[in-house]
Write a protein of this length. Structure first.
Length: 226
């Protein structure tokens, strides 16, 4: 589906169609000063399960154009990126698919990066979007239950927001040391990548994310209602 080194992540199937989110590792390649950065565009692709044919494909950025030349004389391109790293969410009642996008890999930034995007299931048309940042922190994939939405952040915090008015219900800083159940010292860090998992009244989340110079860590945390 892509010419770039682009992992296809956590597809979702519904009524004979599989919806595939696409991200990419291109921004890591840009550490090479001779690499022409960046032209990879994230997308959501809808494929027929019966034969693999494409129904629609919706990109999260416009086609990249040359924006200049680096100090090394390497051409630069943008916009790019806005990778979708987690499974999209189906809204059967409204006929929508929600996808959470990541950062742009190069300038200029566009409005669909670091956002939650709603796409029409039948056509792939973008019908709504909202930024996943408050101006200081960029939030990771969210998990929703009746009355609350859970969101991790690169600052190490896991927050629960009211689904009614968006107010913070509780906030836990995971960027600290932990004594694990097997007695080994653990370290929390950035909460990035997939959203929290909720099972039988408990919330599970990974803390620690080494990529993109974020805070590394190595713990899986479990929360329960008091």
């Amino acid at each position: 589906m892509e010419d770039h080194d682009a992992p296809h992540r956590h597809a979702v199937a519904y009524q004979g169609t599989v919806f595939v989110p696409v991200a990419g590792w291109e921004e890591n390649r840009a550490t090479d000063p001779k690499y022409v950065c960046c032209t990879m565009r994230s997308s959501v692709v809808a494929l027929r399960i019966r034969d693999g044919s494409q129904i629609w494909k919706t990109y999260m950025t416009d086609p990249p154009k040359q924006t200049g030349v680096s100090s090394e004389g390497t051409p630069t391109y943008g916009p790019s990126g806005a990778g979708i790293w987690s499974a999209p969410t189906l809204d059967r009642e409204r006929g929508l698919l929600y996808a959470a996008t990541g950062d742009n890999y190069s300038q200029p930034a566009n409005k669909l990066s670091d956002a939650v995007v709603a796409l029409d299931l039948c056509s792939g048309k973008i019908v709504e979007w909202g930024m996943a940042t408050d101006g200081q922190n960029v939030y990771a994939a969210v998990t929703a239950i009746p009355g609350a939405v859970f969101s991790g952040s690169v600052d190490g915090h896991l927050r629960a927001f009211s689904s009614e008015d968006g107010k913070v219900l509780w906030d836990f800083d995971t960027a600290r040391e932990f004594r694990t159940v097997d007695g080994i010292k653990g370290q929390g860090g950035s909460v990035d990548g997939p959203g929290a998992v909720i099972v039988k009244g408990m919330v599970f989340v990974n803390s620690g994310y080494l990529r993109q110079a974020e805070m590394q860590g190595n713990v899986l945390l479990a929360f329960t209602a008091e």
